[in-house]
Design a protein. Sequence first.
Length: 278
Amino acid sequence: MTNANEKRLLRVLDHIHDNPAGDLSLDALSDIAAMSRFHWHRVFRAMTGETMAQAVRRIRMHRASYYLVMTDRPIATIATEIGMPNLASFNRTFTDHFAMSPSAFRKRGELRPYVRNQIQEITLMHPVTIRTEPPLHLAAVPHKGPYFEISRAFQKLSAVMASRDLFRKSGRMVGVFYDDPQSVPAPELRSHAAFELTGKADLSDPLEAVSLPGGRHAVLTYKGPYAGLPAAYDQLYGAWLPGSGEEPAETPSFEVYLNSPMDTAPEDLVTELHLPLK
């Protein structure tokens, strides 16, 4: 991919994330890319592994899943906000993507708290282990804003990695989170979308080099849709940590994604939450 096409791809991905309720048709996105409909569709699919329709659908469903578990907005309102005002169509698409209806997804309660039994012992819903991890050297794209919107930065990152042929020099996909969403306003939250580097790489703009120190980590393994990650963090910090006798290190927590929503059903996604320890 030429540098011009890299810029086109980033521009289109930004537009999709900024305008989930807008016109995201192939014609409209080809206009944003400033390339003919036929050629742009081929460029997009070759570089991302998805058609534009598949990418738009996935981004919209990802946004809807977070709205369902993090807000009390009516389902019809959420459908309209992500560009699917026909509620029946939204219900069908969401059910096809998550294998359950929006109402069932909300009722299941991915934000459910950890469970305490009658003698106040904490019952964790996900396994936590302590491991010694090596340092991580990352190729990253910064993100500022609500953590659930970091998918925008990951799409930019993937586009640039493909453009520069860096995937052969990369390892695991990583999200680094610097702030507590309970105490920092959502627009001010800082994070990085990243890939682990296994060799030298071109890290010119928009990429940044990020290094994380090695050491002892508490690692919670979570399986399921990304919308459930806030509840998993609550368990790690609110249930496991107080009873562990451990103290967090002065380095940020991060997530390691062991598979990808590009080719994995939401229920089968596996994410490690890493809490560095002293």
